[in-house]
Design a protein around this ligand. Structure first.
Ligand code: SF4
Length: 333
């Protein structure tokens, strides 16, 4: 099968079987790059299924880049709450402001300019330029990596053969239909060439695939194992005499900056606190953090922060971990 045949069969498959997504228009680039911008930021490290309701709510409240640029970050966090990785929300906000202030609301279209915006890495740049402007960029995500490794039966760990994967993926890219090709290959990975039980008999590339029917098919792509660091600590639910709960805004630079949280630490902060015997675990990329939930009473703020009614907590953007903490405590108390 020639490169053209592969592309033609994939695009034909996509026209009939590709997903209808709220940020997608089949048959070329999306006419509104802002739609692609928001969806690309939301989709980083989050599944399509999870993103859809968030995207729809977000676009209703911030329908234009101008409305997003003018919004307060705290309100954006409220619409992002539950998606996690809040750095993306901050970067999206900053990017919207740069485009409004420095480009008069018109999206830049060169790699160099886009890389100077906030929150764009090589993957997001390629994907944004292909989907928003039909530029001949090759998009390589987990789905594409899996397909390439299976197509060519590559059995070395993916981190050892990134250049090879890129080169093969670039060779296959249909530059004349960059937007549809990018969407099509990602859908092929999501719907057909799935990690488990790939549907090879429905695959437009099955005649060309070197792994089809091989016993190690589901093991591909091979990966180097990364062990997670485990950390333990304590999280404190502090109540005043009005039964309000204490929260503080996180100011330390990092993933959760600007979000509210209950005080927590890897070492005990309040020896007088009571152990609720409730524990919560959360995984941050390579760290597994387990916190023991403790309660105590104080009538004045123990540190910088505020006491709020529990019923008003939803007005403050809390990280997913802190939501888990309050939910498990409310369920058990
Ligand atoms: S034939 Fe099977 S393994 Fe090969 S690309 Fe298609 S779905 Fe994946």
């Amino acid at each position: 099968m020639s490169k053209t045949d592969l592309s033609t069969s994939l695009l034909k498959w996509y026209q009939h079987n590709g997903r209808d997504l709220p940020w997608r228009i089949k048959g070329g680039a999306h006419p509104d790059p802002y739609v692609i911008l928001v969806s690309e930021f939301m989709l980083q490290q989050t599944t399509v299924k999870t993103v859809i309701p968030y995207f729809e709510r977000f676009m209703k409240r911030f329908p234009t880049i101008e409305s997003l640029a003018q919004a307060e970050l705290e309100e954006i966090y409220l619409y992002w709450q539950g998606l996690g990785y809040y750095t993306r929300a901050r970067s999206l906000h900053t990017t919207a402001q740069i485009i409004m202030n420095d480009y008069n609301g018109k999206f830049p279209q060169t790699k160099q300019e886009i890389l100077k915006l906030k929150g764009f890495g090589p993957y997001t740049v390629a994907s944004f330029l292909a989907l928003a402007f039909n530029q001949p960029e090759t998009v390589i995500d987990g789905n594409v990596t899996r397909i390439i490794c299976r197509l060519y039966h590559l059995t070395k760990p993916t981190d050892k053969i990134t250049d090879k994967i890129r080169q093969l993926a670039e060779n296959l890219t249909d530059s004349a239909h960059a937007s549809d090709y990018a969407s099509a290959i990602m859908d092929l990975g999501a719907l057909v060439c799935t990690p488990k039980n790939p549907l090879c008999n429905q695959c437009p590339w099955s005649d060309f695939c070197q792994s089809k029917n091989l016993p190690d098919l589901e093991k591909i792509p091979y990966k180097t194992k990364i062990s997670k660091t485990e950390k333990n600590g304590f999280v404190y639910l502090i109540f005043n005499n009005k039964n309000q709960i204490f929260i503080r805004k996180r100011t330390e630079p990092g993933l959760l900056t600007g979000l509210y949280e209950f005080p927590w630490s890897e070492t005990p902060l309040y020896p007088e606190a009571e152990d609720t015997e409730l524990n919560i675990s959360h995984i941050f990329t390579h760290i597994k953090l387990s916190l023991n939930i403790q309660t105590l009473h104080k009538n004045t703020s123990p540190t910088k922060g505020i006491f709020v009614d529990i019923s008003e907590l939803s007005n403050y953007p809390l990280s997913t971990l802190m939501k888990k903490v309050i939910n498990i405590w409310l369920k058990k108390s």
